[in-house]
Design a protein around this ligand. Structure first.
Ligand code: NAD
Length: 295
């Protein structure tokens, strides 16, 4: 209780308006969750189709709740009203926080971070939803590293309680406190972690997924591995299905960042099955085919 009070005191700016860059699997989910819990959010992408998909995903989640009698149509309309889709930065100048959720590529993230800082006030917080890329590395692209940190949600955002708030070497206590408070206002369970490739969850998860890739190369049957992990070992999903949910293009970027960061823990695999599938344009559930096919 005492700690929460102290943290609340150090918040210099309550997050009342937010923006998310990227309307993909994660950006769409973050927009939905922020809007659902009452913080209006601008959802910016470079692609109109992605914006439509982000909005329709939010509408689908809400529609299911209406069907189940957990939500009325008025609330559904007000949540959707809280999400402003945009193809440009014009509508983000008054936001208190911008959550960057574009593709997991350090160069793309660096250019987006450099770009966005010019459109928000000096007091705005910029946070990255990167899965694996070091926050200190990304902080090199911003002029105000004290107002920059990681805000790492998990997929699917509306169901997964955890949010990792990642402190870079220059991140201020006030920034951490504001982001923790924003995550809590979204109904999430934030934890503050130090910076390293993969932070906490992916530092543990990606070596496991690399072990799975190694098994596939040694001839393991994918469906059997998944079945054993799910039905017999009791995990919610096996590694192949999980990778399809995450998106193989994203997982491929993450694998490389993790292999660079932890070469002894991440077996450097030639012909990694994840990258072979990506080369074959199999990105997982997002485009209907990955380790499995989806209709
Ligand atoms: P995605 O491929 O579904 O979506 C990425 C979106 O970014 C696309 O809509 C693309 O059009 C958009 N984009 C690309 N360049 C842009 C730019 N310059 N400005 C605005 N939008 C741009 O990817 P995703 O799975 O949502 O991943 C996004 C981020 O979230 C990555 O950093 C990823 O590592 C992280 N993440 C992903 C997961 C997951 O399970 N997929 C989980 C946690 C974190």
């Amino acid at each position: 209780k005492g700690k929460a009070k102290k943290a609340a005191k150090s918040i210099d700016k309550k997050i009342e308006r937010a923006a998310v860059l990227g309307a993909g699997i994660m950006g769409g989910g973050i927009a939905y969750q922020s809007a659902y819990k009452g913080t209006p959010i601008v959802m910016k992408d470079i692609n109109n189709k992605a914006l439509d998909l982000g909005l329709s995903t939010a509408a689908d989640i809400l529609g299911k709740q209406v069907e189940r009698g957990r939500l009325n149509a008025k609330k559904m309309a007000s949540v959707l009203n809280n999400i402003t889709p945009s193809l440009n930065y014009d509508s983000i100048k008054d936001t208190d926080i911008v959550v960057e959720a574009v593709v997991e590529n350090p160069n793309v993230k660096a250019s987006v971070l450099k770009e966005v800082e010019g459109f928000v006030s000096d007091r705005a917080i910029i946070a990255s939803n990167t899965s694996t890329i070091s926050i200190d590395l990304l902080a090199e692209s911003v002029n105000r590293p004290e107002r920059f940190c990681g805000m790492h949600f998990f997929n699917p955002v509306h169901k997964m309680p955890l949010v990792e708030v990642i402190r870079g070497k220059d991140t201020s206590d006030e920034t951490i406190a504001s982001v923790v408070a924003y995550a809590a206002s979204m109904g999430k369970s934030p934890i503050v972690v130090n910076d390293c490739p993969g932070f906490y969850i992916n530092r543990v998860l990606f070596p496991y997924l690399a072990g799975f890739s190694q098994l596939v190369l040694e001839g393991a049957d994918i469906a059997t591995v998944d079945k054993v992990m799910e039905k017999d070992f009791g995990w919610p999903m096996g590694p192949a299905y999980l990778l399809d949910v995450v998106g193989l293009d994203t997982a491929n970027h993450c694998t490389h960042v993790m292999a660079d960061g932890f070469p002894t823990r991440m077996a450097q695999i030639d012909n990694d099955p994840i990258s072979l599938l990506v080369n074959d344009s199999r990105y997982g559930q997002k485009n209907g085919v990955g380790f499995y096919e989806y209709s």
